[in-house]
Design a protein around this ligand. Structure first.
Ligand code: ATP
Length: 238
């Protein structure tokens, strides 16, 4: 990673009772980078996202912009721009699209910023702009995913954590999500992206980590991982 370090995880360990979910994970994410954490079901991707966002007790160290996550409040992390778009999306189903988006900016006082960013989100996802008054719960899975990403963007992210944004999406919708990634990165946002969809991660990542059973077993650039026999055979269908 060049430039300053946004996120640095060192020997991160997490257990749920007797189940060990992370067994000493090291990961570094530099300024403006898109780092992807790939791995199969149950590898520990969500656990890692929950951990860096300060939702779980853990062993080891997670530093975000030099702050130790374990001793920083959630409010402070969000305030400093760590914004988490969870796999569950956490939308307000009975509220419409625009209200969901504006809620993402609840902590931001700068109204000009909020209006500009709303425009950015609508440019990014025209399907949302066509549905400003539609209730979130009546939207398709893909539209809800766009809304969840849009709402995260309204929070003025410095580090955007996207947990499996493509899960369960049809190929056409996947394309809509895909074309949104570069413009987000171009806004200066650093991104941690977890994925089971290795092709999607390869297409967008600057660097990648393969997590299996709570351990990082491979790391490298997309170019390096595309050329890796194990990755090809196990995750890219030979
Ligand atoms: P998926 O792609 O299915 O979401 P994942 O890579 O995100 O998988 P995690 O959800 O982090 O993986 O799960 C890692 C391991 O921790 C799994 O074995 C899972 O069963 C276990 N686990 C996760 N959450 C809990 C919990 N609240 N209590 C007990 N075990 C848990």
């Amino acid at each position: 990673a060049s430039g300053s370090i946004v996120l640095e995880a060192t020997d991160v360990q997490v257990s749920y009772g007797k189940v060990t979910a992370l067994r000493g994970v090291d990961l570094e994410l530099g300024e403006g980078e898109l780092v992807s954490l790939i791995g199969p079901n149950g590898a520990g991707k969500t656990t890692f996202c929950d951990t860096v966002n300060g939702f779980l007790p853990f062993g080891g160290s997670v530093q975000y912009r030099g702050m130790e996550v374990g001793s920083t409040s959630r409010d402070e992390l969000v305030d400093r721009g760590m914004i988490y778009c969870t796999e569950e999306r956490d939308l307000f189903g009975f509220m419409d699209v625009e209200d969901n988006l504006r809620l993402g900016a609840y902590a931001i006082d700068d109204e000009d910023y909020v209006d500009q960013q709303l425009e950015f989100v609508y440019d990014l996802f025209p399907r949302l702009e066509e549905r400003t008054e539609q209730n979130a719960r009546s939207m398709s899975g893909g539209e809800q995913q766009m809304l969840a990403i849009g709402r995260a963007l309204m929070g003025d992210p410095d580090l955007l954590v996207l947990d499996e944004p493509t899960i369960g999406l049809a190929p056409v919708i996947l394309e809509d999500i895909s074309q949104a990634i570069d413009p987000i990165q171009e806004q200066g946002v650093s991104i941690l992206l977890t994925e089971q969809n290795v092709t999607f991660a390869l297409d967008h990542a600057d660097r990648m980590y393969l997590l299996e059973n709570g351990e990082v077993v491979k790391t490298g650039t997309p170019e390096q991982l595309r050329g890796d026999d194990y990755i090809r055979e196990t995750y890219l269908g030979g």
